[in-house]
Design a protein around this ligand. Structure first.
Ligand SMILES: [Zn+2]
Ligand SMILES: [Zn+2]
Length: 346
């Protein structure tokens, strides 16, 4: 089969590798679409904590079941599925609480195991038995289904933050994850969503969507703007969807008393020190949460939201490429002109 094999930093090769064969409990998926994101770009440019090389990367996978090992009962041949990429052990203390993405022994497809930048991908035994395969109906395209995983990560964040009815939500960054978080906040009943973005091109795209305010902090005083919009009260929730460490201090200053702050994006590496007034957490009784990845349950919830169109993502896919173009896809992610880029195998 054809695959994009990452062999080292900046060394990615389109090559032929043997198509995997299913052993007991395993499932082989013919990839329909695999989404690309900044994590793939980072893996290619710098490596990643969980990445084991050489590796077929790609973790936003949707496709069709074409082969099954003995004992598989969760799916059948021909099922269209989305794959939750984190494979939990199923028995550690976190797994037993249903927190599969916090599993002490989690293995991630596209990092520890081969992923979806290939014509076929093998889903290991423990993934299949822990429910990483989510069936998707005919009416949901593979392209939309490939956005399940980033939506699931956003659901993980917003469940912790309890984003809900009447909330005023601020999102830093109008890239794919910023837009997804904004759409999700609207779907969960947020009263207003304010997007803050320095890239004019992305700001212009965001302005055409269903959000209430889009602000460029290089042109206006964003804290002042938020205070005006909220009648001097501040926002209920702040979610940074960008790696800029400066948004931590700005975000805390924008929150109302008892506001909630979510560390959704990892901050850029080696940023040195940042100026944050942590006393704001004390005086305003702020709550601070972190989120990393998603469980198979978050993926099931995400599929449900996509199928019922509570969150619509068709308008986010601005570029479909072939597997051979994966390096140019990574460059497109880096220059931030496209919204969501997916690799199409059909
Ligand atoms: Zn991703
Ligand atoms: Zn576990």
């Amino acid at each position: 089969m054809k695959a994009a094999l990452l062999e080292g930093i900046n060394k990615l090769r389109i090559t032929n590798v043997p198509t995997p064969k299913c052993k007991q409990g395993e499932v082989l998926i013919k990839v329909g679409v695999c989404g690309m994101c900044r994590t793939d770009m980072k893996a290619y440019m710098y490596g990643q904590r969980d990445l084991r090389l050489p590796r077929i990367i790609g973790h936003e996978i949707a496709g069709t079941v074409v082969e099954m090992g003995e004992g598989v009962t969760q799916v059948k041949l021909g099922d269209r599925v989305q794959v939750a990429p984190g494979l939990p052990c199923g028995s550690c203390s976190y797994c037993l609480q249903g927190l599969h993405h916090m599993c002490d022994y989690v293995q991630i497809m596209g990092f520890h195991y081969d992923g979806g930048f290939a014509e076929y991908v093998l889903v290991p035994n423990n993934g299949v038995s822990c429910g990483v395969l989510n069936k998707i109906p005919e009416e949901l395209s593979f392209q939309e289904a490939a956005i399940t995983e980033p939506l699931a990560c956003s659901i993980n964040m917003q469940e912790s933050l309890q984003v809900g009815l009447g909330d005023i939500v601020i999102i830093f960054g109008a890239g794919p994850l910023g837009i997804l978080n904004a759409k999700l906040a609207v779907a969960r009943g947020a009263n207003k969503v304010i997007l803050i973005e320095i890239n004019e091109n992305r700001l212009a795209i965001a302005k055409n969507r269903e959000f209430h305010y889009c602000v460029n902090p290089l042109q206006t005083n964003s804290i002042k703007e938020v205070m005006e919009v909220t009648g001097g009260r501040g926002a209920d929730v702040v979610i940074p969807c960008c790696p800029d460490p400066d948004v931590v201090g700005t975000g805390l200053a924008m929150l109302s008393k008892r506001g909630r702050f979510g560390f959704f994006s990892g901050l850029m590496m080696n940023f040195g020190s940042i100026k944050v007034d942590f006393n704001l957490i004390h005086y305003k009784e702020l709550r601070v949460y972190g989120a990393y990845g998603c469980s198979s349950l978050h993926n099931r919830t995400a599929v449900e939201m996509l199928v019922t169109e509570k969150v619509k993502v068709k308008d986010m896919i601005t570029r479909c490429i072939q597997l051979e173009e994966v390096i140019s896809g990574i460059k497109m992610i880096a220059d931030m002109k496209e919204m969501k880029i997916v690799i199409n195998f059909e």
